[in-house]
Design a binder for this molecule. Sequence first.
Ligand SMILES: [Zn+2]
Length: 508
Amino acid sequence: MGSAYTTMVADVIARFKRLQGSSVLFITGTDEHGQKIQRTAVERSLDPQEHCDQVVASFEDLWQKLNIQYDRFSRTTSQRHAAIVKEFFQRVYDNDDIYLAQQQGWYCVPCEEFKEKRELREDACCPLHPNKKAEWRDEENYFFRLSKYQEALETLYEEHCDFIEPETRRNEILKFVNQGLQDFSVSRVNVGWGFPVPVDVNHTIYVWFDALLGYVTALLDSDQEPTLENALSKWWPINLHLIGKDILRFHAVYWPAMLMSAKLPLPKKIFSHGFLTKNGQKMSKSLGNTLNPFDLVNRYGSDAVRYYFLKEIECGRDGDFNETRFVNVLNADLANDLGNLLNRTLGMTIKYCKGVIPRVANFPLDHPLKTTGQDLGLRVTQAYETIKFDQVCEEIFNLIRASNKFIDEQAPWSLFKQGKQAEVETILAAVLESVRLSAYLLSPIIPNLSNNIYQQLGLSVDFNEGDHVHQNAPFTQHSRWGKIEVSQTLTKPQPIFVRLNLPEEEST
Ligand SMILES: [Zn+2]
């Protein structure tokens, strides 16, 4: 579920940037080398490549189910990646940043990382992997001179204070770096499942040294020769790495130092999200309380899953899944506030306006929905751009709730009886425009529901059409209140979101 969360967040960012008309390259993928994978494959009596192929197939299936529109799926076992890693390693080696020495220390295989004694618990497990003891290693390894980049990294964090976000994570990294950086080993002698070290075939390259370069390999077009120059020619440096906090150190410390050594520009930002819990408890296989994203999306559909995780979790902090809350949030927001609003307003439009959405030339300047709606696009843009999706939803649902309140207070059904047709039309047009704007601005999060709403309003836009959405529904127009005119004979409204039942075991 952790990977699903990262990837949903990335998809929402990519969709929003595409909606604005930006060129986007959204990369996801798998790192496939190292001891953890080698051992898991052995446990499953599979060849490691076969094991990785199955993992990849499962991810691709899940991304499709969650309606993730990635551009490239990068695999670190590809031949092209081997060429990129070899060239990069050589470059760093030629810069005299790699040397042979003895490595002694505690190694957590699931983390694929050496740990300081003080980082381990009393039972020799790392806190992230309480069931796997760290293993003592005493072997010859090639080391990367991380210590040489101590000052350069400190300067980087100081000059680009938004390089690591959110701030809590940045502070963790500053603390770690301030303790003094130690060189880290970038080769293994006891792990066969990896690329050979170019200068010494008795070693394989450490999984993280190779995995981070997966971002570079992914930038190659399919017909390009796999060279660093080609890979870095178009999209580099990339704008954003989106990761879980368990792999922050690799991205925020090792990676920029490696790039500095290779004399390459650095990415703009590393954003780390938190961990997920279930019913307030850490999820783990041994506790038997993991959350299966396949199960969730099969039962509730992609928009429901996306909406819950984007709205309920302040991105960057830890978040919790609880199925009762899941059902309650979706029913309250999508079925009631948004779905019912559309449904009853369309119903009234059919009844009071002969099924044609009324055209209203000018709304009064102080119209309450216009006031809330007219700079909503700006506020929501700012929230999307700062990765605050809970705020995105909050802002939009303020307009939706205001629309519900407005229609209740204005009671167009009485006005209609009194023959005040113009007033009825102004009310319904304002509410429908607010629903349309909400659907547009929510489309990166709930694209299928937004499609449904647009269709029922007589607008043909497919929010799953990638780069074309921006052409068919330009952001500058559609993100603004009162800028879109629809005049369409409506058909009978259909509920956009069917109310969910509470899960049985939790509803009592
Ligand atoms: Zn660990």
